[in-house]
Design a protein around this ligand. Sequence first.
Ligand SMILES: *Cc1c(COP(=O)(O)O)cnc(C)c1O
Length: 406
Amino acid sequence: MYQINENYLKLQGSYLFSTIAKKINDYKSKNPNANVIRLGIGDVTQPIVPAIIDALHKAVDEMGTMEGFRGYGPEQGYEFLREVIAKEDYQNRGCDISADEIFVSDGAKCDVGNIQEIFGQDNIVAVCDPVYPVYVDTNVMAGRAGSYNEKIGGFDNLVYMPCSEKNGFAPEIPNKTPDIIYLCFPNNPTGMAITKPALQEWVDYANKNSSIIIYDAAYEAYITEEGIPHSIYECQGARTCAIEMHSFSKNAGFTGLRLGYTVIPKELVCNGVSLHSMWNRRHGTKYNGAPYIIQRAGEAVYSKEGKEQLQMQISYYMENARIIREGLAAEGFTVYGGVNAPYIWLKVPEKMTSWDFFDKLLNEVQIVGTPGSGFGASGEGFFRLTAFGTKENTLEALERIVRAKW
Ligand SMILES: *Cc1c(COP(=O)(O)O)cnc(C)c1O
């Protein structure tokens, strides 16, 4: 008789967004005419910019010609894309990363989820708390997280690094030394960035302890402040201790098109085995690359027109972030994030849980956000609002939140 992977039974995750969906459906069935504004799910809303649409059309037409047809692509991704990534995202920022260290993929979620496959079973994994659920869930599926423990609101074998008001939402070195450390900055859900000296401390720590950092840079394009690192490779020594993932989802609207990449420097060697060659092997076997057409669209992200058009789109979202952040602060709310990331991390009023706050916003003023406790125990007391709505919706949402009785 076949057996299932019982680790899947330990998963807690999907409860967050399914509970939210259920609450919205219940509300709507009782109030069919209600105009519910959603600032909850982290998906973009603005259409793909013209420079990228042009590149897509061109690549589609090429595929219908004898000379332009492409079959299976190179496993690491097309050189035209890897070259422009290496130049624009790294070398122009003073980071020593070359095109052959880049692996083009169908998204960062896939890569951050899959990368754990090349690591052994007994690694101790550390995550921030609150956290993007993919890091935890994929390690649970792999059997590396242990069992869910109601008392701590987390998994027994994971090392949780609380990110709270006290530490400015930046993780501190944990008591137990982890082997694999997941970091994501600017952060989802807190919307907070990390300073370069603070990130450098993590790099030094990882090198000293022979740990590896898996760095998720999905929101790098939203950084507006000087001196905030766009890549972990801006830190000295990161080539020997860090893997980095990027996504085209949040900076260029590819949540539906699917494109991302992972950087594995050649120096990453564990007991004589190169991680670069392991990941290469994985790409060769379980291909999770992106179609030629989408890689051409990715190339257009770095064109002059593409950059200009995308900067306008990012500014549009960040203006939404500013509206929510400043509007709520002016009303006496405590708000974090929204300066270097498209998320606002709102402190819920005292004596309320983040789910109480969710229910109140939905029932009184028809606004949907995400309760912080859904991202981990330390997220309790906070509430995530996204800047990915339209400007009209964002202004309306602010007005309604302020109008609710506090
Ligand atoms: C949205 C998001 C991603 C992007 O994943 P894709 O698969 O590229 O769409 C990755 N990491 C974090 C933290 C995110 O919020």
